[in-house]
Write a protein that binds this ligand. Sequence first.
Ligand code: ADP
Ligand code: MG
Length: 182
Amino acid sequence: MKDSLRRKLIEKRKHYKNWIEDSKKIEDKFFLLDKVNKSSVFLLYYPHKNEVNTLNIINRLLSEGKTVLLPKVEGKHLLPIKITDINSVSTGYAGIKEPEGEVYQGDIDVIVVPAVAFDEKGYRLGYGKGFYDRFLNKQKALKIGLAYDFQVLNDIPKELHDVPVDIIITPTKIIKTKEEQR
Ligand code: ADP
Ligand code: MG
């Protein structure tokens, strides 16, 4: 069930033409968030295969002097590594660009999570390996998902280990997934 949905959406994203414009709109919305402007340590992802493009966000955070981390895969785990230059990455696990360096040991304020899809409660369909579920369940950071509008579904199959995000940003809206509790 998760698998066929995953394949369908990855295929759709592969042919999606509006990603540059959409990524720009998402970037603008990201910097409207109070929590983003007040935070200093961010873990983002390096965009892979037509995911929402985070490179402008990363560069903007770096130019503001914020601490920017990117994940590096080690075994079954994601390790947060600090970067100072977006070009100092090389191809790693599954062809995804990753940094070299020491594991960041401090607290992370904001984690920007990639996905194949989200549902409106913030539950996430990833690539099927559970890397982010394992990483996020130990993190207190605000979790933000970035998605094109077609990647937000009413409902996706979920399991106990799945960790939802707090906010989803699309080109057209900011969805606070736990609104009723704030
Ligand atoms: P994804 O989130 O990447 O779409 P799944 O949620 O289907 O993928 O998770 C893939 C696998 O990762 C699961 O079958 C599960 O065994 C494993 N997994 C996920 N989270 C954890 C966790 N916290 N501890 C151990 N294994 C986990
Ligand atoms: Mg999962």
